[in-house]
Design a protein around this ligand. Structure first.
Ligand SMILES: Cc1cc2nc3c(=O)[nH]c(=O)nc-3n(C[C@H](O)[C@H](O)[C@H](O)COP(=O)(O)OP(=O)(O)OC[C@H]3O[C@@H](n4cnc5c(N)ncnc54)[C@H](O)[C@@H]3O)c2cc1C
Length: 434
């Protein structure tokens, strides 16, 4: 095959896992290509989707393509001496209420696949709510009764995959940032956001920063996560919304008691409880999400205004707590599975931005690639996503992946990290504006 013409200079907008992993992959494959990573903040970027206390690393996908990629990425994480100390392989328990629904169907499909793909002793089945409860709280632990809950039970059957793990996401992003810094061909430009792309005669030539500076390159990659619709008109291909996350401080005794628990997630209710880490338990809920619709100039047609949802975060709106309804639903679920924490004050909360998977060249603007954002499940692909992006830039991405992440698709990849039913709720209708 003839050698490919690869750009000699590239701008990557965004230093989340997509941007950092891609910069490293470029520096390995094309050491003479100059890559500039631009971010509004210095990594690890606190309000980026990639930065959090913990992320799940698992290959429990009903979708065989994601299952294969996740398995490959997990093996790479385990073989990486820098990432390994931040990786905790203590399993993930997938629970459902057992009532007919799409969540129950996903659970059934997942458990079958988990049994087929993992050693028998790695899959622990729990057939009753008592067994699910005891897996966290120990043999003989007293499960709250339906009278006490004043409703039916929801944590009714489960399987735990002991091959699953959690990872300190912030520390690993820091490691990837440092790896990029160590590459002579990679430089960072952090602290000022990109205002818009510099497009001349239908070809991206660089970016214009908010302070007016122009940075030029032969190719521009937008890896701006849930912020991407600000820079690129995505035609509804990708939708940014946020998921609610809360941290609860635990005592030393509780930390010791739950230290070895598995991440425990209920597909039917969306609640996800992480094992204690650094003295706190993280709880998140895969709700239908919260959106923040704003009016802005169309990125391609200057005279036109459009409405898009953009992140409203702890940095842009400090002090904004998660919506009251989100807190209520989390506590209602905690009452059953972690009763000791259900009434405890949240130490802090955040709305973490997310959007859909997209790795494709722009259909109209030359020299432009959009590589983002993972539908709330892409973190685990950190060690491999950059190479897949470079494959896509070279036009060599496996056809089934190119098709999955193509521009002209409806973005939501349902089933891989299922969200609750319903439409995202508009934040401006329920929280005070700052
Ligand atoms: C609550 C939640 C839980 C999740 N749990 C998991 C999990 O357990 N396992 C898993 O594998 N995945 C999980 N994910 C998904 C995963 O975190 C994301 O898919 C992934 O981090 C997306 O990375 P990114 O690089 O696209 O985005 P980001 O990390 O958000 O990076 C985008 C970057 O672009 C920068 N940027 C944006 N606009 C501009 C601009 N105009 N100029 C300059 N810079 C800009 C931002 O500052 C940011 O640093 C979860 C996501 C969420 C929200």
């Amino acid at each position: 095959m003839a050698p490919l013409e690869f750009p000699s200079s590239i701008i990557i907008v965004g230093a989340g896992i997509f941007g950092l992993s891609t910069a490293l992959a470029i520096s390995r494959r094309y050491p003479s290509t100059k890559t500039t990573i631009i971010d509004r903040l210095t990594p690890p970027v606190e309000d980026g989707s990639s930065v959090d206390t913990t992320r799940c690393i698992r290959a429990d996908y009903a979708d065989p393509i994601y299952a294969r990629l996740a398995h490959e990425a997990q093996q790479k994480i385990e073989a990486d001496p820098d990432l390994k100390p931040h990786y905790f392989k203590q399993g993930m328990t997938f629970v459902c209420d057992g009532k007919p629904s799409r969540f129950n169907d996903i659970w059934n499909a997942q458990v079958e696949l988990a049994r087929a793909r993992h050693a028998q002793e790695k899959i622990v089945q729990m057939d009753t709510s008592q067994e699910v409860f005891e897996r966290i709280h120990g043999a003989g632990a007293e499960l709250p009764t339906e009278e006490k809950l004043a409703r039916g039970k929801r944590w009714n059957k489960a399987y735990c995959n002991l091959d699953d793990a959690f990872i300190d996401a912030k520390e690993c992003v820091r490691i990837y940032y440092e790896r990029c810094l160590a590459q002579p061909s990679v430089t960072f430009q952090c602290g000022v956001a990109v205002e818009r792309l510099q497009v001349v005669d239908g070809v991206a030539k660089g970016v214009v920063l908010e302070d007016g500076r122009i940075i030029e390159a032969e190719k521009v990659l937008v890896a701006a996560g849930a912020w991407s619709p600000k820079l690129v008109y995505l035609e509804g291909r990708m939708y940014s919304s946020a998921i609610e996350v809360a941290w609860i401080k635990v005592t030393r005794e509780e930390e010791k008691r739950w230290k070895n628990m598995s991440i425990t997630t209920n597909l039917s209710t969306g609640l996800n409880v992480f094992p204690p880490y650094n003295g706190e338990v993280k709880v998140l809920r895969r709700s239908a999400g919260y959106c923040n619709t704003v009016e802005m100039q169309h990125p391609e047609e200057k005279e036109k205004m459009i409405e898009v949802s953009l992140p409203r975060t702890s940095i842009t709106h400090p002090g904004t707590a998660i919506p009251k309804e989100a807190e209520k639903l989390m506590r209602e679920d905690l009452k059953e599975i972690m009763p000791g924490l259900a009434e405890r004050a949240f130490d802090r909360t955040k709305l973490s931005p997310t959007a859909d998977f997209l790795i494709a060249k722009h259909p109209r603007i030359g020299g432009l690639h959009a590589v983002t954002a993972g539908s709330a499940h892409a973190w685990k692909f950190l060690p491999i996503i950059g190479d897949l992006v470079v494959d896509s830039m070279e036009g060599r991405l496996e056809p089934e992946l190119a098709e999955k992440w193509a521009w002209n698709l409806e973005g939501r990849d349902g089933g891989n990290a299922p969200r609750m039913d319903g439409k995202p709720i508009e934040l401006r209708d329920i929280v005070d504006s700052h």
